[in-house]
Design a protein around this ligand. Structure first.
Ligand SMILES: [Zn+2]
Length: 87
């Protein structure tokens, strides 16, 4: 495999035709963290892989509100990405 993109981390991170960058991690201690990785799939298309962990409240009504807020926030993220892609 010799045609890694310049951002590829190489080594064990790529294989089976897929290339992956070093992940970027954002931490909010006690609240959660995000790990974002740039990926070029075997078919040549690229995407950002995002793994998000959010701490939820122990009390059920609050946890559900947190989840609904999270869904709304993620919808905003996806909508913005779609808008930028169309621009
Ligand atoms: Zn690679």
């Amino acid at each position: 495999m010799s045609d890694h993109p310049e951002w590829c981390a190489q080594g064990h991170r790529c294989g089976l035709g897929e290339h992956r960058a070093h992940p970027i991690t954002l931490n909010a201690p006690g609240a959660g963290h995000v790990v974002l990785t740039r990926v070029r799939a075997a078919n040549g298309r690229e995407h950002a892989e995002v793994r998000l962990t959010v701490a939820l409240a122990a009390a059920e009504p609050l946890a559900r509100r947190q989840l609904m807020a999270l869904v709304n926030d993620l919808d905003t993220v996806l909508s913005r990405a779609a808008h930028l892609r169309a621009a």
